[in-house]
Design a protein around this ligand. Sequence first.
Ligand code: MLT
Length: 201
Amino acid sequence: MKHLFQKPNDPSRPTLLLLHGTGGNEQDLLPLAGRIDENAAVLSVRGNVLENGMPRFFRRLAEGVFDEEDLVFRTNELNEFLDQAAVEYKFDRQNIVAIGYSNGANIAGSLMFHYQDALRGAILHHPMVPRRGIQLPDLCGKPVFIGAGTNDPICPAQESEELKSLLEKANASVQLHWENHGHQLTFGEVDAAEKWYKNNF
Ligand code: MLT
């Protein structure tokens, strides 16, 4: 997968996996990584799917309606890419914390829904429920931050609550942070994610 990697100042810190929103690329979330943990390695990946020229991490059939078969295929593809990247760049495969926004948060959520050890934790900015009706792996000890919007037109507040509850049923430890700026990623939300990260890692 197209990506960039930045070496850590401190190799004991987690590797931050950056996953952009629809139409973004691997450059977009770099400023967030610096805010969250300036000593961490950064692996920033570009989604392999194009929708009218816009990179995404998996196909959708319509706004908010995911192509489940492609979601499962792309989630596996990303998980295998993480295995390879850990070998190539010599970072700890068990110590990856994802930071995803929108479509990138959705594939990060999907990694957790499908693979017990894909991620050590995740910051999900404006995620949706990636899939319903499946048994999640045991996510005991995995911290997850969800940044949600009370008035997010893409992800209704009720769906953010549903995602929290599905992750908690799988034993993840979830903090749900509310903003009221629609689907936007705001400084307030990034500040809250930074505090959460510093308490958890
Ligand atoms: C998705 O398709 O993953 C969500 O609708 C968010 C987005 O617009 O990217």
